[in-house]
Design a binder for this molecule. Structure first.
Ligand SMILES: [Zn+2]
Length: 427
């Protein structure tokens, strides 16, 4: 979809070239897109052009120089984010297809996303991820199965805690989509089409930490240029092994009040958001792994813990930081408390120092343990890292390693989460 006017990018395009031809690190945005599509064996591409669109046709021609087959659909009048689809059924031929917007730079393993899409039998799959400004983004609400339950619009006030999960602007859509889009008038893909499918449970969110960014303003072009030139964009493709910093929660990110389960009690250490932000700006993923035996003890429910994590994500998001994922273990092996929940009173592989949560994350995000770290305040966290083959950092907050449960050899010890992250990233 390359027909937009790109007003926000006027300083770069001067209204002489269309936005998709704006150069990023020396190459037009649209050529970065085509390169990624071709690497995913997507070689039949229809470019929807509008304002100044003939310049795209002049530049890219039939696509043979880029190893793809291009055709063009010229919008005489702008048809919104989806209106052109109504005219493309002879191109799409009823097959599932990928839709991208002309101002996004991405390097994504789309085949992996397509496998997810097929597995869910979705009609629409949205590429979703946490971002650094959830407070002014539409938030996608996912259930445990990654089915999208709703979208919180950015312009509605939020007086509640919310997840940080945002639609990045890359879609896989059912071949039938073309038949459902009205002809002869502009149509909005998200507001008209996707929103209508949500009640039918046919829209899924594919959560991935791969690089995808809207390069639609001069500032963003600068950021994307930097990420391309340092290799971050390509390195984050999930075909490649990822590096991660796993982070314990209580005593490391927030004050540990002991068996804490009331949401009011959650208070982040003042340095926590900055620590996450440093990781977000590096090539590492930031993933929280926490034992929450309070669920097994019957002191709170999994929903209460989810709500606490929403609060954590909202507070981090307000400061421009995010966790790529959060895993918790609800179990505890010891029985005998009056209020306990027997469903969770079981031995498990996820309770640290077990490595079930780490393994789950490693599978979900193709993480290499030998490139990764764990940061925590207890010897249990350090032992978890050793069991999983990670490098380890103990912080002198929370229990500061005085729990005495294990006697592991650490890689580093540091004052707190922020200083630990600085040591790790500083090499
Ligand atoms: Zn567990």
């Amino acid at each position: 979809m390359a027909g937009g006017k790109g007003k926000r990018l006027h300083a770069v395009t001067r209204d002489e070239i269309p936005k998709p031809l704006a150069p990023v690190n020396g190459t037009p945005i649209i050529e970065w897109q085509i390169k990624c599509l071709r690497e995913n064996d997507i070689t039949e591409i229809c470019i929807v052009i509008g304002h100044l669109g003939e310049k795209i046709r002049e530049k890219l021609g039939d696509g043979s120089a880029l190893g793809v087959k291009l055709r063009y659909f010229h919008e005489e009048t702008p048809l919104g984010t989806a209106g052109a689809l109504a005219y493309l059924s002879d191109f799409i031929k009823g097959e599932d297809f990928t839709l991208v917007y002309g101002d996004c730079v991405f390097d994504v393993d789309i085949k992996r996303m397509a496998t997810f899409h097929k597995g869910k039998e979705a009609h629409a799959t949205l590429f979703v991820h946490p971002n650094s400004h959830p407070y002014d983004s539409d938030i996608v609400l996912l259930d445990k199965d990654a089915c999208i339950k709703g979208i919180l619009p950015k312009n509605e006030p939020r007086n509640f805690w919310y997840d940080n999960m945002v639609n990045a602007g890359l879609y896989i859509l059912s071949g039938n989509t073309c038949n459902d889009i009205p002809t002869g008038r502009p149509a909005d893909l998200e507001k008209e089409y996707i929103t209508g499918l949500i009640p039918e449970q046919k829209v899924y969110g594919y959560h991935s930490p791969e690089y995808i960014k809207d390069a639609g303003t001069p500032e963003r072009i600068k950021e994307v240029t930097k990420a391309l030139s340092t290799g971050t964009v390509a390195a984050r493709n999930l075909k490649n092994k990822q590096k991660c910093i796993f982070i314990d929660r209580d005593g490391t990110i927030n004050h540990d009040t002991g068996l804490f389960c009331k949401i009011e009690e959650l208070s982040l250490f003042p340095f926590a958001a900055e620590a996450f932000k440093h990781i977000n700006d590096s090539g590492f993923l930031a993933i929280v792994v926490t034992n929450q035996p309070v669920i097994a003890r019957g002191l709170c429910t999994p929903e209460d813990v989810d709500e606490i994590h929403k609060k954590m994500k909202t507070l981090l998001g307000e400061k421009g930081a995010y966790a790529d994922a959060v895993y918790y273990c609800p179990h505890h092996p010891d029985k005998g408390y009056p209020e306990e929940n027997p469903m969770y009173k079981i031995p498990c592989k996820c309770r640290k120092p077990g490595i079930g949560m780490i393994e789950q994350a490693m599978n979900a995000f193709n993480i290499a343990p030998e490139l990764s770290w764990i940061i925590g305040d207890t010897t249990t966290d350090i032992q978890t890292g050793i069991n999983a083959g990670l490098k380890t950092a103990l912080v002198r907050t929370g229990e500061a390693g005085t729990d005495g449960k294990y006697n592991p050899v650490l890689d580093i010890e540091s004052a707190n989460l922020l200083t630990a992250v600085e040591q790790i990233l500083g090499g």
